[in-house]
Design a protein around this ligand. Sequence first.
Ligand code: ATP
Length: 289
Amino acid sequence: MVAVVKPTAPTATQWAVEAAGLTRRYGTARALRHLDLTIPWDQRLAILGPNGAGKTTFLRIVATLVRPTAGRIAVGGLELPNQAAAVRRHVGLVAHQTFLYDELTARENLLFYGRLYRVKDPAERANQLLERVGLADRADDRVRTFSRGLQQRLALARAVVHDPPILLLDEPDTGLDVAGLELLARLSVDESGRRRTVLLTTHNLPRAIELSDRLVVLANGAIILDRSATDVDLDTLDRVIRGEKPSAEELPIAQLYMAQRATTADEKWAGHPHPNLLLEGEGISGEVP
Ligand code: ATP
């Protein structure tokens, strides 16, 4: 096993992430509105919600890429923005942007990030990760020659090069094949076999339920639902779809699920009320209650 320089053990706090009154404005638009959210160590949290809900903004704040306009955010007990450099050692980010250098090879990219994070043996770490993500045979090819899925695999390796205890995954399944998705699950465990804390955004509700312990739904920059993943099983949602009126609490998650079903499997609606009809008049607008 390759030794990596681990961040100081984050035992001082029980929370991997603590957000209180977190607000982010872009001009007059508010991407996040007074968000309160605490995420314990080792939890796997899926953040769901419609386009523009604020999911990416939240992950980018945790990743230290965006500063909040107001409110408090601490990662591993370290306050942002003041302790951003230390926070970066605790987190690994997989996002739409790969943060890879096109003109460098896969190996050179991992060496670069390994050195940046002061990994003890960057060359050995790069070899190990290239093997793990199935890119050993493409190690010395330039990234610009990689398909989207291969780039995403390398981005996964890049995100864990410093073995961070917190993994931030912003719609990470983009371009990944089945083996790539399994890889994603395997990288959710650190080098010593310990679960990482995972914050995942996705539009794929079944995958969110499969990969997570807890689901949070955002709409218009605020939390409208916060549930254990085991409480939001697909069978219950199927009952909702068959025509049972969802409870007020279940409405947002039911709406998301149905919207997804409607766009991915229109034919399955034969014999069922169309989701838009089912929800008509229920007052669902994505507005914060
Ligand atoms: P999606 O599901 O489409 O990825 P999201 O939930 O991740 O959406 P965000 O990307 O966090 O949503 O965006 C939240 C709001 O903030 C949106 O209205 C978006 O237009 C706005 N926003 C995000 N980044 C910027 C920016 N750099 N400049 C201006 N507005 C921004």
